[in-house]
Design a protein around this ligand. Structure first.
Ligand code: PEP
Length: 251
């Protein structure tokens, strides 16, 4: 069975003290979450070290929101995958739409980041998804196929099997307007078929594809019930422990 994952992307929110409180609360409440669901907290860089210490000995995993495309060196302000791995994080989000939009990250750069992540035993959560105009002009499959092929198709089969994909339609992120469960299922199935054509059915069937975009306790159950939806990448709702846990209990 594919791994089911509910990951909370805190974005540029939470001081260290706030992040520690939120983590403690999530750990406490996580006893209600089925053991088959992997919970991942993705705080800002400044809190990762302390939060990995807090989660040690629990089933809760920790990730980073980004990593550099380079190994090390004169790249002021960047954080390498090696550094992230060295403080106990096990996941890293790559290519979130906010990074594509505000920091001009493109598919080829994201391929290099994914390679860095994999070389440092981090699980990349590779984000893809179309903008509103691309949805409205029926270009969404084309756009996502390009994102997936340009960032993932140079990986080996073994590397591809380590990658988690998050389908996040940009028009649904932080807008309160989620994709319908049918829209999510259709795109997830399309992504899986795209992966299968390149890497084979076995690889495609083994990778987790998460949905992200205004996922909340009131809509998670319906979305997660779809066969190709293996969990969620949660933004706003992950900042409230009760909501995050309720979403994780929606499987
Ligand atoms: C996200 O930023 O990855 C996200 C899904 O945000 P939200 O849940 O707030 O729409």
């Amino acid at each position: 069975m594919r791994k089911r994952i509910v990951a909370g992307n805190w974005k540029m929110n939470t001081t260290l003290a706030e992040g520690m409180e939120l983590t403690k609360s999530v750990i406490e409440k996580s006893i209600t979450v089925p053991k088959t669901i992997e919970l991942v907290l993705i705080p800002p860089f400044t809190s990762i070290n302390e939060i990995t210490k807090l989660t040690k000995g629990t089933a809760v995993k920790v990730g980073a929101q980004n990593c550099a495309e380079w190994v090390k060196g004169a790249y002021t302000g960047e954080v390498s995958a090696t550094m992230i791995s060295s403080i106990g994080a096990t996941y890293v989000v790559i290519g979130h739409s906010e990074r594509r939009e505000f920091f001009n990250e493109d598919n080829k750069m994201l391929y290099r980041k994914i390679k860095q992540a994999l070389e440092n035993r981090l699980i990349p959560i590779y984000c893809c998804g179309e903008k509103l105009n691309e949805r409205e002009s029926n270009k969404y499959f084309e756009v996502v196929e390009k994102q997936v092929s340009e960032s993932l198709f140079e990986l080996t089969k073994e590397q591809m099997m380590q990658v988690v994909i998050a389908y996040e339609p940009v028009w649904a992120i932080g807008t309160g307007k989620n994709a319908t469960s049918q829209q999510a299922q259709d795109m997830h199935a399309f992504i899986r078929t795209t992966i299968a054509k390149k890497f084979g059915k076995e690889v495609a069937d083994s990778i987790s594809i998460l949905y992200g975009g205004s996922c909340k306790p009131s809509n998670a159950e319906e979305i997660f019930a779809r066969p190709d939806v293996d969990g969620g990448l949660i933004g706003g709702a992950s900042l409230v422990a009760d909501d995050f846990i309720a979403i994780a209990c929606s499987f």
